[in-house]
Every structure is written in C-alpha cells, then in structure tokens.
Design a protein. Structure first.
Length: 202
C-alpha cells in the first residue's frame, strides 16, 4: 500500500467514526446525551453519577460528559478470528465515546453495545461488546479539561472511561482522560499539550 493509499484509508476510518457520532445526534438530538440507558450502564458498574462535576459552565452536576452519547441503533460488524471472516450482527443500541487527538479533533469512537435494558450485549451474541473505529491510537476520551476549578489543577489518566468516571464521581473537580497511548513518550506529549497553565501537574 502506498503512503497516499494509507492516508486515504486513514481518512476513511475517521470519517466513518465521525458519521457514527453524528448519527447519535441525528437520531435523538440533545436526548443522545445523559440518556437513561447510558446512565443505567454506568450505575450498574457502581458509579455514583450524582458525584460527577458540571462539564459545561452553568450545567448541573451529575450529568454525563458531552463526549459520551447514546444511539438507539448502530450497525454491528465484527471480525471473526476463528473463521477469518467479517460478520454482520444485528444492529443494536450502544454508548458511544468520542475519541479526540491532542488538537481536540474527533478522530474515532469507542462503542459499547447494549441490551435494551442498558446492560452490556450478551457475549453469546457478541464476544466483545466494545468496538473501536477510526484513528484510535494516539487519541483519548476526554472526560473533563484542566481548569482553575479542578482540584489542585490535576489531570488524571485512567485505563478506560468507566474507571475515569468512577474517579471523577468520587473526587469531584478532577479532570480525567482515558488515553489510547501507543507508548509513554506519546502519552507525555499528549498530556503536555493539554496543560496551558504550568500550575497544572500530571
């Protein structure tokens, strides 16, 4: 594959990811955010959503970050490693996490497919209900931005968005990110780009 073909494939993946995010908004409008099914998923994992800080100035506390949306139906395509073939499963509801690069551009999404009651999709139907699409490596799910309001100006990193949400709910005011980092050098550069005020620390 030539570098030009590689760039074209990369752009195609990013555009598909952005289309999924836009599809959540097209389907539900503002109701895609802080959706009851998404809240049930996090609450079932023991996360006290009431402890979440406001993510938008003037917004109430206890609502999900605007980088998390719910979609009532998303296509589900997986690669079957045993057969080496692509499988098209029944479309279904999903929580969609927005993945951004260090510049804040949307480059991918992570989806968690759900049952109608908000529980993860059954593994008998789908071995892994979590799927990513787009330019994921080198990006992060932002669940807050460092500001003067955060506790001691601290930006914390977590292995996944659920862990990050749990920490934010327990220690309101701390900004969190769930990075998809290929190496420690990249991770340091990414975090440094977020810190416009040198009082903040990592």
């Amino acid at each position: 594959m030539s570098p030009r073909d590689g760039d074209a494939k990369r752009r195609e993946r990013i555009e598909k990811a952005r289309a999924i995010w836009a599809g959540c908004i097209d389907a539900l409008g503002d109701h895609a955010f802080n959706h009851p099914a998404a809240r049930r998923y996090f609450e079932a994992r023991g996360i006290d959503l009431a402890g979440l800080p406001p993510f938008i100035p003037g917004a109430p506390a206890g609502i999900l970050p605007p980088t998390i949306a719910y979609c009532p139906s998303i296509k589900c395509v997986i690669f079957d490693e045993k057969s080496g073939q692509t499988r098209h499963l029944q479309p279904g509801p999903a929580i969609v996490f927005q993945v951004q690069n260090a510049a804040g551009d949307v480059t991918g999404v992570q989806r968690i497919y759900l049952e109608r009651d908000g529980s993860p999709r059954k593994r008998s139907d789908m071995p892994n209900p979590k799927l990513a699409l787009g330019e994921i490596m080198g990006g992060a799910i932002r669940l807050g931005t460092p500001s003067a309001a955060t506790a001691e100006g601290t930006l914390l990193l977590a292995e996944g968005p659920e862990t990050a949400m749990a920490v934010m709910a327990a220690a309101s005011g701390i900004a969190m990110m769930a990075p998809m980092a290929p190496n420690d050098r990249w991770l340091f550069d990414f975090v440094s780009n977020q810190l416009t005020d040198r009082r903040f620390r990592t």
